[in-house]
Design a protein around this ligand. Structure first.
Ligand code: BGC
Length: 819
């Protein structure tokens, strides 16, 4: 019987078919009203649904914890709940498809998008992604798992070739996608920007056709990352269904011509269109006649879920003398750059305009009463000068010289602008200039930094004098605006408190590279000196307990820019040491999107890593500090003592950050904890590690290997007991090793896990089933998975460096598994 979508595709002209294979605009596909086909809309992304428009401003949305915070929860059921809630968010923005989750692995500790990805481990990532996708799609909202594949860094991200051998691909980087297809039935996949072993993933026939469709039997769509498709026939033929965003660049008329020239067959076009129509049918977009509307729905149940998830992802790394949870009744010094500024998310396409942001100060004030709190900022951790606030008058010119009558004038709010759409419909974004003017009245007298960075040429004048110059003569490509912008250029100016200064920015657009965005950031800030640390020390000395809120923010942990160090930015290390010397009850709350070095670890009483937990940040952190919630997180990524210990740190630039257009994944299957274990390098904190407010013991390991010889299946059972005095959660982690393998294999690989919640004294027997793949490695030449004869070690443990409980099982024969 011919299905509805087959009938539809066969009623279309070639032009109509082709029209569905590109976006119409940034976030949607064209409708075909003649055939009653509705409009499919997509929205970013992993930690909330931003809706259309640009990355700044826009309709408000709920901000959920970022990927690494979700990774730290190790709670598949929670991710499913979050998926359901996010589906409601996506619908509130009139969309059908979420551009999430991000499942690239933590190959390095410096990836700008480390925060967006769950883990360094493929199985943890895969199982969490399956939960998340299941939640989304249960509400008929499509997931778009991304970025397929090998997008583990932001350096030269739109052109670099990730050189990854097939064994590492199959055993690590493809695994989350494979589970998403086979176990969650994902409806969408986004190809990555990078090339894979020389070929763009958006035109990689091996990846999109052989592996994804032939081996895994995928029937959803593959869309390109934004501006990440670079050809007509090669992308369509390789398996890329949708070129995004629109309007069409390499498709449209070019694709019609390619079909007419015989470079793409009509059958191939038909298959691609059927994939799109299937997605529209699955999500309801096919029949969606509702008027497009974006709503800000600030729901109480989402607030509660975000708060709970934030606490579940917080990882307690140190807790000397059980200083936490806070039971003391005295005053608390609340110190640090992240104390009063809520760091809720990372930067780039995952960012959104949150309903609100709760800072740690606000969270603690609500929990403990503001009268117990004392504050000192202590140090700064911003990467860029803070954007100027208030109204800016803008005049636009359709020339590069800021001359003549403006074609349009408007007022904008604040010193950050991204031009996605032509202002007033009159400005030619392919070649324009703009003059922006604001008044700045400093609160303090003294030296101020004036900074500017732009995707385009820009310079800043204060009272008519050029202070920061990134105009054409000085502009250098840097790590801002998705690699389209320059690094920040900063100039110094003396200012007097209370006086008004006229700040003018002259902007000239620049020929587009890949994304074609024009954007600008102008900021003014005041450097903090020694006295800021001295003030913090004084506040800490007088308080019973000192909590230092330090870390990074979404300027550092951001798409488009890798980190150049994993030390805390600015003078934060110094601040922590000075506060700890003044008050032995010093607790450090970290907020970062990945590992940092902690040279002061031995000097402080406690350390809590809270990541970027979304709009409820301060409440979730306060819940953990006060014991209203347990710290439920376990590290989804190893924290090294120093950056140099990490596998991707090498003298060889080709290994990282890349050389001559290539980044070579030399470590193969030995990433993350697999590397530390292999080389006997002690990490600062191992993968899977995290303390709670109670203790747990594992006992009675039992392995049923009766089916192991026949089909490779094994069942592992263990008893978990809460041996402490408070309720809490533990993550039971099951690692496998194959010490007698014929190829080098990791000494430990996570193959299953379960998070359990137990009251004091409670016990639970849990069962973890394993299939043959848990014991197999991939043989590239033979093109199959192999379980070798011999002995395997089954280990249940509380983290990757824990000896835990072990049992040995063995088999006589080889077991080959097809791809
Ligand atoms: C990102 C994607 C994102 C897309 C649309 C790209 O820069 O890599 O993850 O979904 O933009 O915003």
């Amino acid at each position: 019987m011919t299905s509805r979508i087959e009938k539809l595709v066969d009623q279309m002209t070639l032009e109509e078919q082709v029209s569905l294979l590109s976006g119409e605009d940034f976030w949607s596909l064209p409708a075909i009203s003649r055939l009653g086909i509705g409009k499919l809309r997509v929205t970013d992304g992993p930690n909330g649904a931003r809706g259309g428009g640009s990355l700044i401003g826009g309709v408000k949305s709920a901000a959920f914890p970022v990927g690494i915070a979700l990774g730290a929860t190790w709670n598949v059921g929670l991710l499913e709940e979050i998926g359901v809630a996010l589906a409601e968010e996506v619908k509130s923005k009139g969309a059908h498809v979420s551009l999430a989750p991000t499942v690239n692995l933590h190959r390095t500790v410096s990836n700008g998008r480390n925060f967006e990805c769950y883990s360094e481990d493929p199985i943890l990532t895969a199982k969490l992604a399956v939960g998340y996708i299941g939640g989304l799609q249960s509400q008929r909202v499509s997931a778009t798992i991304k970025h397929f594949v090998g997008n583990e860094s932001e350096i030269e991200r739109t052109t670099i070739s990730s050189e990854i051998d097939e064994r590492a691909l199959r055993e690590l980087y493809l695994v989350p996608f494979e589970h998403a297809v086979k176990d969650a039935g994902t409806w969408g996949i986004m190809s990555s920007y990078n090339r894979l072993n020389g070929t763009y993933t958006s035109e990689n026939q091996w990846l999109l056709d052989q592996v994804l469709r032939n081996e895994w039997r995928y029937d959803g769509i593959v869309m390109s990352d934004w501006f990440g498709s670079h050809a007509t026939a090669p992308t369509v033929n390789a398996g890329l269904d949708l070129e995004m965003p629109g309007p069409a660049r390499d498709r449209g008329e070019k694709l019609v011509a390619a079909v007419e020239a015989g470079e793409v067959s009509r059958d191939t076009v038909r298959i691609r269109v059927l994939n799109i129509l299937r997605l529209m049918e699955r999500t309801g977009a096919l029949d969606d006649r509702s008027a497009f509307e974006e709503k800000a729905e600030d729901r109480a149940e989402h607030r509660a879920l975000i708060r709970r998830a934030g606490a579940e992802g917080a990882v307690l790394l140190k807790n000397a003398d059980d200083i936490l949870p806070l039971v003391a009744q005295g005053t608390i010094a609340v110190i640090g750059p992240n104390a009063r500024t809520a760091q809720i998310m990372g930067g780039g396409s995952a960012q959104l305009n949150p309903h609100y942001r709760v800072s740690p100060w606000d969270g603690l004030a609500a929990a403990l009463g503001v009268e117990r709190l004392r504050y000192a900022e202590g140090a700064l951790n911003n990467r860029f000068e803070p954007a100027v606030t208030g109204s800016m008058a803008v005049d636009y010119f359709n020339n590069a010289t800021l001359t003549g009558e403006p074609v349009f004038s408007e007022r904008l709010n604040g010193g950050e602008v991204m031009w996605f759409y032509p202002p007033g419909g009159k400005v030619d974004l392919t070649g324009f200039s703009a003059r922006l003017g604001a008044t700045f009245t400093p609160e303090h007298s003294g030296a101020h930094n004036v900074g500017v960075y732009a995707a385009g040429y820009a310079r800043v004048l204060v009272d008519g004098v050029v202070i920061a110059d990134a105009s054409a003569a000085h502009w250098q490509p840097g790590r801002t605006y998705f690699e389209e912008g320059c690094d920040e250029v900063v100039g110094l100016v003396e200012m007097t408190a209370g006086r008004s200064y006229e700040v003018v920015v002259e902007f000239v657009s620049k020929p587009a590279r890949v994304l074609g965005i024009s954007a600008l950031h102008v900021g003014i800030g005041r450097p903090l000196g020694d006295e800021a640390i001295a003030d913090a020390v004084a506040v800490a000395r007088d308080a019973e307990t000192a909590i230092v809120f330090v870390g990074r923010n979404g300027e550092w942990d951001t798409e488009g820019s890798d980190l150049t160090s994993i030390a805390l930015p600015g003078r934060q290390d110094e601040l922590i040491r000075a506060v700890a010397a003044a008050n032995p009850r010093t607790i450090v709350v970290l907020q970062t999107g990945g590992p940092i070095e902690m040279p002061w670890l031995g000097e402080v009483a406690a350390v809590l890593e809270a990541w970027y937990p979304g709009q409820e940040a301060g409440n979730a952190i306060a819940d953990v500090l006060t014991g209203a919630a347990g710290p439920g997180g376990r590290l989804p990524q190893t924290f090294p003592i120093k950056w140099a210990d990490h596998p991707a740190q090498s003298q060889d630039r080709e290994v990282y950050p890349g050389l001559d257009g290539k980044v070579r994944y030399e470590e193969g299957v030995f990433i993350g904890y697999r590397h530390y274990e292999r080389h006997g390098i002690a990490p600062l904190f191992p993968f899977g590690f995290g303390l709670g407010y109670t203790s747990f013991a594992l006992d009675d390991l039992e392995v049923d290997a009766s089916g192991f010889e026949a089909d490779g299946a094994v069942t592992v059972s263990v008893t978990v007991e809460n041996t402490g005095k408070r309720p809490g959660s533990e993550v039971v982690q099951l690692y496998i090793s194959d010490p007698e393998a014929s190829v080098p294999r990791p000494g430990r690989e996570l193959k299953a896990f379960e998070k359990v919640f137990l009251g004091p004294g409670e016990k639970l027997r849990i069962t973890l089933p394993l299939d043959a793949r848990a014991f197999a490695f991939y043989r590239v030449e033979a093109k199959h998975w192999l379980v070798e004869p011999g002995t395997f070690v089954v280990r249940v443990a509380q983290n990757a460096a824990d000896e835990g409980l072990t049992a040995e099982i063995s088999r006589q024969n080889r077991l080959m598994l097809p791809v």
